[in-house]
Design a protein around this ligand. Sequence first.
Ligand code: XIL
Length: 386
Amino acid sequence: MPPVTRRRAMAGALASLVASAPRSGLAAAPPPALKDLAAAKGLLYGSCIQVGEIEANDALTALMAAECNCIVPETALAWNAGLESFYEGKLDFADADVVTGFARQHALPMRGHFLLWYQGVPDWFKALPDAARVEAAIVRFITTMCTRLKGSVFCWEVVNEPLNLKDGRPDGLRRAVFLDTLGPDYIDLAHHVVRATDSKARLVVNDYGFDYDTPEQNKKRDALLRLLERMKKAGTPLDTLGVQAHLRTGGIPMSQSKLRKFFDEVVGMGLDIHITELDVTDERTPPLVVARDQLVADEYRRFLDVALDQEAVNVVVTWGLTDRHSWINGEDGKPLFRPTDRQPYRPLPYDAALKRKPAWYALARAFETARPRKPVLAFPPQPSAP
Ligand code: XIL
C-alpha cells in the first residue's frame, strides 16, 4: 500500500466533506474551496472576471479569490472592448492592469483571452484596404500585447474561434476579416509572432462546438483535428487546445466515447487541453428551479467525467462563477431570459445570491474523483508582498 502522504490525507478529508455536504444538515465545517480540490489533483480551476467585479470589492470579489486558482479577463484584453474603442494605434491598458493587479494580489495564474477573435477587432481594422496593412496591424497588435503582458499570462489564446462550418469552406475555417485578407496562414503567422515575443507563454487554439454527438459537432471535431494537424506539420508553434464547452441541457446527445476519442487524438498530437469557458444553458427544462439545477449539474458531470479522465486536461475554467453575472443572461442593460418562462438562466456553480448550487458539487466531485496529473505550471505565482 502506498504511504499516506499529507496531501493524500487531506484529499481524503476533503472527499468526505464533499460527499456529505449536499445532504447533511450539519453546517459545522464549510466545504473546501474548488481551487483546493483542483490543486490536490494538479489542476487549475478558475473563472472569467470583469473589471467591475474586481472594482466592486464585494462578496463576489472575495468569492472569486476564495474559489479560484486561475483567472481569465472576460473582456479586458479584447482589442475592441477593453483596450481600444476609438482610433487606431492607442491601446489603453487600464482595464488589463486592473485584472493583472488582482491576479498578482491573489497569486492567480492568468490565461490570456484572446489575441485574434473575429468579434473582437476594432472597426478601423475591419476597414483596412489591403493585406499588407492587415498583416502589419496584426503583427503590431500582437507584439504590443505580448510584450506588455509577458510574465502576467501563462498562455495566449492566439486565435479564438477559427472555425465556422456554416461558412462552407472544405477546411471548416471561419470566413472573417483575417482569413478573407490573409488566407488560412494568418493563424500560423499569429502563432509565430506570439512565440517570438513571449517564448514562455503556452499557445492555444480556442473554439466551441466539440461537445455533442450531432452531425454538426461531429464535423467540427474533424475540422479542428485537421487544422491542428496542418499546423503541426507546418511547424507552427502550438501547445494547447482550448475547449470552450458551452453546454446545454435539453437532451442533446453526448457520446462519451466520441468525446474521449477526440481528446485522445488531440493529446496524441502532443498537445494538452484547457477547458476554457464551461457553463450550461438550462434550456428545454421544467420551470422548477430544483429540477433545472439538477439537470445543469448532470450536464456538468457528464462532460467532466470524460474531460478529467484525460490527464492532459490541466485547466478547467467556468465562464463566470455565479448566475449574478453570466453572458448567457445578457449584457448590462440588455438582459436575456428563458423564452419559455421569462426566468433568468442558471448556468454557473453559484446562484445570484452566491449560494452553492448542484453544479458546484458536480465540479467539486469531478475534481475530487479525478486522477492526479502533472500541473501546467511547474512554478505557480506566489502571493506578492503587501
Ligand atoms: C463573451 C463575454 O462573456 C461577454 O461579456 C462579451 O460581451 C462577449 O463575449 N466565446 C468567447 C467569449 O470566446 O469571449 C465570449 O464571451 C463567449 C463566447
